[in-house]
Design a binder for this molecule. Structure first.
Ligand code: SAM
Ligand code: SF4
Length: 350
């Protein structure tokens, strides 16, 4: 085992309470009590990939498919921005109808709608480096692409033949093109061992991520992983705390998967170092169809009312909802300048 790996293995073996307390103090020290609120838009559930774990996989014939129109997306952005949201996360499957040209036009339209002030995060899978470059040029700020598991053989098997190497190449391309970078993994995938858990953490640290998204794997009956055991709350909390200690500045969301599988899942992640929440602002009519896994927390309230409830709930937890952009603290001034130039260019074009 490499020195770094041995250190991480020791970190993971520490008593949970101790690990969580240390991660929580570090979170308070580096990030304060604010929790960044990002508006999540699940804009298409169509996907050409066949990841074994995911309900959106192309081979799942039981799922009713949808793709939002630009107008529907912009309406949600308008409502969220009016309420003060400073980041919109556009997540979807690898949908060929959403060409890079179309995504670029959408990003530009969101920038115009929000007077260049809101950050746009994309999460729509592997694309070419040239595509990523065009998206940055149009004003996209951040990209989320989980590596899912750091075990190359497991990755290739679970992702229908797509190699970990290809995923990591995409992450490298995203970083090189100037995106604020998010990645992460699922906790408790079938085949995960202690060595894989250590490798997952080590890879997050080595990638020096700006954002780290993790959540428990949840077995979906409409996938080849039906009937497998799902990830546990304890493992998810342990990994969250370890990540906070390894990446003190990273923005770490308390994810939907944790909230869907365990009633206090998001709260437990917030108490173990997480500092971001991503409420769903997708139009209500579509929410039930973004079914990655069963029991997905598809809150049936209007997204904006949800924001009020979240703010009140965070206050009960001694935390504070922060609707600002919440750029990564590890980003440099140069990037900020680049972002400002991008917004200016977009607005000038209209
Ligand atoms: N298609 C893009 C991608 O794969 O990066 C973005 C959308 S994908 C649905 C978002 C994330 O959902 C994946 O990165 C994966 O970690 C998570 N996910 C998919 N199926 C899941 C499951 N059964 N349990 C928990 N998380 C799951
Ligand atoms: Fe498609 Fe992403 Fe689901 Fe894989 S995880 S099937 S790429 S939506």
């Amino acid at each position: 085992m490499k020195t770094g790996s041995a250190e991480i293995a020791r970190l993971l073996a520490r008593p949970l309470e101790e690990l969580v307390a240390e991660a929580d103090s570090l979170r308070r020290l580096r990030h304060g009590d604010g929790v960044w609120i990002r508006g999540l838009l699940e804009f298409t559930n169509r996907c050409t990939c066949n990841c074994l774990y995911c309900g959106l996989r192309a081979a799942n014939g039981r799922l009713g498919r949808y793709s939002l129109t630009e107008e529907e997306i912009l309406l949600s952005v308008r409502a969220g921005f009016a309420r003060g949201l400073g980041t919109f996360v556009l997540q979807g499957g690898e949908d060929p109808d959403w060409t890079t040209d179309r995504l670029c036009r959408l990003v530009e339209a969101i920038k115009v709608e929000t007077e260049g002030r809101a950050a746009v995060t994309l999460s729509c899978g592997i694309k070419s480096r040239g595509d990523y470059r065009r998206l940055v040029a149009c004003g996209a700020d951040r990209y989320l692409l989980r590596f899912e598991t750091a075990d190359p053989a497991l990755h290739e098997r679970l992702r229908g033949g797509i190699s970990l190497r290809r995923r990591l190449q995409a992450l490298d391309d995203l970083r090189e093109e100037g995106f604020e970078l998010g990645s992460g993994f699922m906790v408790g995938l079938p085949g995960e061992t202690e060595a894989v858990r250590v490798a997952n953490l080590e890879l997050c640290r080595d990638l020096a991520l700006d954002m780290v998204g993790i959540g428990p794997f949840i077995a979906n009956p409409d996938t080849p992983l039906a009937g497998e055991a799902s990830g546990t709350l304890e493992a998810t909390v342990r990994m969250t705390a370890a990540l906070r200690l390894l990446l003190p500045d990273a923005n770490i969301p308390a994810t939907t998967a944790a909230g869907s599988l365990f009633s206090q899942g998001r709260e437990a992640m917030l108490g173990a170092g997480a500092n971001v929440l991503m409420p769903n602002v997708t139009p209500l009519a579509y929410r039930e169809r973004y079914l990655l896994y069963p029991g997905k927390d598809t809150i049936t309230q209007d997204g904006i009312q949800e924001l009020e409830a979240i703010a009140a709930h965070l206050e009960e937890l001694g935390r504070r909802a922060d609707l600002g952009r919440g750029d990564s603290p590890s980003r440099t001034r140069t990037n900020k300048k680049q972002m400002d130039q991008n917004s200016k260019k977009t607005i000038e074009k209209t």
